[in-house]
Design a protein around this ligand. Sequence first.
Ligand SMILES: [Zn+2]
Length: 276
Amino acid sequence: MTDMNQIVGSHDILMVTLDTLRYDAAVLEEENCPNLCGGGHWEKRHTPGSFTYAAHHAFFGGFLPTPATTNKSEHIRLFHSRNTGLKTHPHTWLFDTPDIVSGLQAEGYRTICIGGVIFFTKKVPLAKVLPGYFQESYWRMTFGVTNPRSTEHQVNHALKLLERSSREERLFLFINVSAIHGPNHYFVPGAKQDSVQTQRAALRYVDGELGRLFEAFRRRQRPTFCMAFSDHGTAYGEDGYMGHRLAHEVVWNVPYREFIIRPEHEDRAGEESSPS
Ligand SMILES: [Zn+2]
């Protein structure tokens, strides 16, 4: 069980939204995603929003996807607004700001957004709202849904920022991965339409690129607490539905994982102190 009061302040924090990734597609690719699933399985959760804008407002308000179970009391929230009058668990980190991003900033974190899909482009006022939560936000045409190497470009940008950051700086890095969002048919040679198969291929591509990002976090001073999840799924014709921003189980079921990325200097310290 994650105690966020032990995490905040002592760990870098990485939040990755795998935009539009369906729960079923994620589970089918677990074995092919050593970076996202090396240490465990996807958890089935329900998203608080059926499309990017709604879901991310909820996430930044501290409302992450909730376990897809009927026992609500089992779920311990990572984040909760302070002084709401509601009873909270001792492992829940309480923030006294409008959202977790400025809450982490108040704890000394540098907050960075690397955008992906249209709501992060900053091209129109509406698309500046979500990036506006962060001290720094970045979007390039090459990070967007039409670029078949978008994750590579997003990760390269993150690596550049990490290189320039001191290892001791507290970082909250958010990345909205756009590659799994449509169009994703180009991840399967010859495919003309998006499908669960092409989304699965996109996820395999994304996992490969995220490996480089996780490695870069391993070179930092602190361990990194990573949350990786989807903001919503999408329909490929199920019951006649297409796309998202609608209520269907293929949209509201999302994959969720949280894990710690240990710094490599801790591995070395462990080896040196272990008996030979
Ligand atoms: Zn989305």
